[in-house]
Write a protein of this length. Structure first.
Length: 255
């Protein structure tokens, strides 16, 4: 556990020095603030449009940051040959991988917190009401990004950054469409199509389960299960991703 925390702390320190992070974060904050201007173009439901746009900016840039940093999770260490020094110490490959993951998740959650502050300030200036539903929605955005980091970790464990970015982006996009695919398959009435889409829904991450934007913006009631079930789902799905990544990483030859 000490080794995991040491790798996580080192990963966090390295990540926050990455200038790309601050550029993307700046764009995210600008877009969140710009949602106030864009919402003013509408004559109705300006506050809801403001918060919808701000949540969209937070999720979009959070995913971009998670993928941009996550795909280099292992490659940078191998490219700089520092992985040999780290693994020559009493640090197992699994501990190294989990530590890298936790360090990056901590970085992403810090950025989400900063974007959440920008969201709250924008809502306050735009007279858009805030409540506990908004806090729950932001928390689930953080969980969604933790799953995306898990995907990036899995692919960075055995492939190049370019392929890792393509795979992670593709699966993340598909993860937001699995429920729509289920609905389309049910409407088709074809048992074969329904069976395939059910398996896709089980294998691909159900990222829409982390989306409470509609509830928060429209002040709809949020039950305990709306938050608790996604938490357990994120833990279970990420655990499987890290287990697969660890099994692959154990067999990887760095020569």
């Amino acid at each position: 556990m000490t080794a995991v925390l040491a790798v996580a702390a080192n990963t966090f320190r390295e990540a926050i020095r990455n200038r790309v992070l601050y550029i993307l974060l700046a764009f995210a904050i600008v877009l969140i603030a710009a949602s106030m201007v864009l919402s003013s173009l509408s004559y109705v439901e300006q506050t809801r449009i403001l918060q919808n746009l701000a949540f969209g900016a937070m999720r979009l840039f959070g995913i971009v940051i998670a993928i941009a940093v996550g795909i280099n999770l292992i490659h940078r260490e191998v490219d700089r040959r520092t992985v040999y020094t780290i693994l020559s110490k009493p640090v197992s490959r699994t501990a190294f991988l989990i530590g890298k993951y936790l360090g990056l998740v901590a970085t992403i959650w810090l950025l989400v917190a900063i974007m959440a502050v920008a969201f709250a300030l924008t809502s306050w200036v735009g007279d858009a009401p805030l409540g506990l539903g908004h806090l729950a929605a932001v928390a689930l955005v953080g969980l969604e990004l933790a799953v995306v980091v898990g995907l990036a970790t899995l692919f960075s464990a055995f492939t190049t950054p370019m392929l890792a970015a393509l795979f992670t982006t593709g699966i993340t996009a598909a993860g937001h469409l699995t429920r729509d695919l289920l609905a389309l398959a049910a409407a088709s009435g074809d048992p074969g199509v329904e069976a395939v889409t059910r398996w896709l829904h089980r294998v691909l991450p159900d990222l829409e389960s982390f989306n409470l934007t509609l509830h928060a913006v429209h002040h709809l009631p949020i039950t305990a299960s709306d938050v608790v079930l996604p938490v357990f789902y994120a833990i279970a799905y990420t655990s499987v991703l890290l287990l697969l990544a660890s099994l692959i990483f154990q067999r990887r030859d760095f020569r």
